[in-house]
Unconditional design. Structure first.
Length: 527
């Protein structure tokens, strides 16, 4: 989530100097592509003939983080159904040295997760339809759709699905990471609402995973990532929707104490399951430009009193909040917060939202630590032009796990429980312009989030979040890191707890005995 600063855009853009020369695809990879082309009827765009074609270059280059565009895929495959994906895997199985990547919306910043240098890129862009079931209780979502596509398609029926908060994020990647939605306190996490995965396994078999067929795989997919199979269709619950209230307000740094206190209080005294916020603070190196941007949401045409009173009392610098279609809100959020053309990393950390007043002190201290850390990058920042840091507070009040439990009694991998109190899913994005900043950006994002966790543990050892169930022993519950905000080196699956992790490893082995996905495609690993 970022907004390019005008000053920065004018003064500091330097010509792109590629330090890392992308590899030339191997003859073997090109041969694999030729065989895929011969055995399927799908469009294949192979390097080098296709490298200037719009389809190939769009698939290769259109990523939220430009770092993913560094690689040169041997070819891009555009399947139109599950059978095409199955055939592609059959061919890949005959070329053990050739890597591949599955791409849906291209929003995941981790380089190489949905992009490949020298391998086969499987783009889901042709698998992007949204269809209602005949009883209208479910929707079938193609992974290549964006949330604004899916939501716009369902709106004429006064229905929607539990999905992303910025409209241009992809359905596929968000759902395999479980997801967080504006609608989650009412209806649970996006993955809680999935009733069936049509999925292509490592041996190229197409199966359904649901509560009755392949139920172990069904459970593993609820936050398990891309190491179990390639999903070609998600069947999800539909829910009613009408006009919604929301948008983005920006604020100066001067009102930080009020905003941070209101964010803590919103999480602890969560006023209404129809309400949601994302609080973000953006700063450039040397404090050149700093502002808060808060994404507001209320699932209803008008905002009832008592929901955002504390926020409404804070003077804003800009305000796009209004009553609108849900799809319009998601599109506007994407325009504001999803800026292309930069390199990004995103790193997450889950901390308890402590009860006030200690909780307010914690939220403020983490903010101050972040700002002083970001400002102290001055000289280094100027040498690597263009660093923008965004610090993100995502409230996860106990209303969310309570809704998950109602919607999805079988559970998801995150194992959140309302008994364990309120949490804050924190994240930082660092964005920059050229490969010159790569090493520093990874280190800086890591240090910022490590500081959050370290400070929280040191200052409030053993303290539980607000609304933690009284009398419950501290049972070693470890809050998971949210996969969709995690950086490549973060141990997301391990963070789901030892028991879940051990079960997941067995399921992965059962469905992929030869280790096809672990050895051939990047993602969060079970090792
Ligand atoms: C601006 C912005 C806003 C965001 N907002 C939200 C939000 O509101 N809620 C939220 O939960 N997350 C959010 N995210 C995080 C986002 O969900 C993740 O980055 C997600 O991975 C993106 O999905 P994608 O399809 O766009 O990504 P891609 O980069 O195409 O894919 C991401 C990962 O999923 C895998 N994958 C993709 N499709 C499939 C498939 N069909 N089968 C198996 N594996 C697959 C890829 O291999 C890759 O590892 C946001 C991210 C950004 C940058
Ligand atoms: C959707 O809701 C509007 C407003 O309540 C109503 O006029 C319209 O008929 C509804 N559409 C459908 C398909 O139910
Ligand atoms: C916290 O939120 C609750 C519920 O919205 C509200 O009643 C209360 O006044 C708030 N407290 C502060 C200090 O803002
Ligand atoms: C989980 O496993 C790790 C690594 O094997 C071990 O260090 C840790 O103590 C285990 N945690 C629990 C709660 O059993
Ligand atoms: C592929 O793997 C699945 C799951 O392990 C198995 O049920 C199926 O029989 C396998 N198909 C073939 C053709 O081996």
């Amino acid at each position: 989530m970022s907004k390019i600063n005008k000053v920065l855009a004018v003064c500091c853009i330097v010509p792109y100097i590629p330090l890392v020369v992308a590899g030339i695809p191997s003859a073997r990879a090109i041969q694999c592509c030729t065989e895929i082309a011969a055995k399927t009827h799908v469009t294949i765009q192979s390097w080098p003939i296709s490298q200037y074609s719009a389809e190939y270059s769009n698939a290769k280059s259109h990523y939220w983080s430009n770092a993913n565009a560094d690689g040169t895929p041997a070819c891009v495959v555009f399947p139109t159904n599950a059978q095409d994906v199955s055939t592609t895997i059959q061919v890949l199985l005959r070329y053990p040295g050739v890597g591949f990547a599955t791409k849906s919306g291209g929003h995941n910043p981790n380089a190489g997760f949905a992009s490949t240098d020298g391998g086969v890129l499987i783009s889901m862009s042709q698998l992007s339809s949204t269809m209602l079931s005949t009883d209208r209780k479910q929707a079938h979502l193609g992974p290549g759709a964006t949330w604004q596509d899916a939501v716009s398609a369902l709106e004429p029926y006064n229905l929607t699905v539990v999905g992303g908060r910025l409209g241009d994020v992809g359905v596929g990647g968000l759902l395999v990471g479980c997801g967080l939605s504006f609608l989650s306190a009412q209806y649970g996490l996006p993955c809680d609402n999935i009733n069936n995965y049509e999925i292509v396994l490592s041996n190229s078999t197409i199966v359904n995973a649901n509560a009755f067929e392949n139920p172990d795989l069904f459970w593993a997919m609820k936050g398990g990532g891309n190491q179990f199979g390639i999903v070609t269709k998600f069947t999800v619950n539909t829910i009613p929707i009408g006009l919604v209230w929301g948008g983005v307000r920006t604020y100066t740094r001067a009102v930080a104490p009020q905003i941070l206190a209101a964010t803590q209080n919103f999480t602890e005294c969560f006023p209404d399951p129809r309400a949601a916020i994302i609080t973000t603070f953006q700063t450039l190196v040397n404090n050149l430009d700093q502002f808060f941007a808060i994404f507001f949401f209320y699932n209803g045409p008008t905002l009832p009193p008592g929901v955002f009173d504390a926020f409404n009392a804070i003077p804003s610098s800009s305000d796009s909040v209004k009553t609108q279609w849900y799809s319009s809100l998601l599109i506007a959020n994407a325009k504001f917060g999803s800026i292309f053309g930069l390199r990004y990393v995103l790193r997450g950390a889950t901390i308890p939202n402590l009860p006030a007043p200690k909780g307010t002190d914690l939220v403020v201290a983490n903010f101050n630590n972040f700002v002083s850390y970001a400002s102290s990058r001055g000289l280094a920042g100027l040498l690597q032009p263009g660093f923008i840091f965004i610090f993100i507070y995502q409230p996860v009040p106990i209303a969310i796990p309570a809704a998950s439990a109602r919607v999805n009694p079988l559970g998801n991998l995150l194992g959140l429980s309302p008994d364990n109190g309120d949490h804050m899913w924190m994240a930082v994005t660092v964005s920059w312009l050229t490969t010159l900043g790569d090493t520093d950006a990874y280190r800086i994002a890591t240090e910022i989030m490590d500081n959050v966790v370290k400070y929280t543990k040191q200052t409030c050892p053993g303290v539980q979040g607000s609304n933690f169930k009284a009398g419950l022993p501290d049972d070693g519950y470890k809050p998971p890191i949210f996969m969709n905000d995690a950086m490549a080196d973060q141990k997301v699956l391990q963070g789901y707890g030892n028991e879940t992790y051990a079960k997941l490893k067995n399921i992965q082995k059962a469905y992929d005995p030869t280790g096809f996905f672990p050895s051939r495609t990047n993602g969060f690993k079970l090792t």
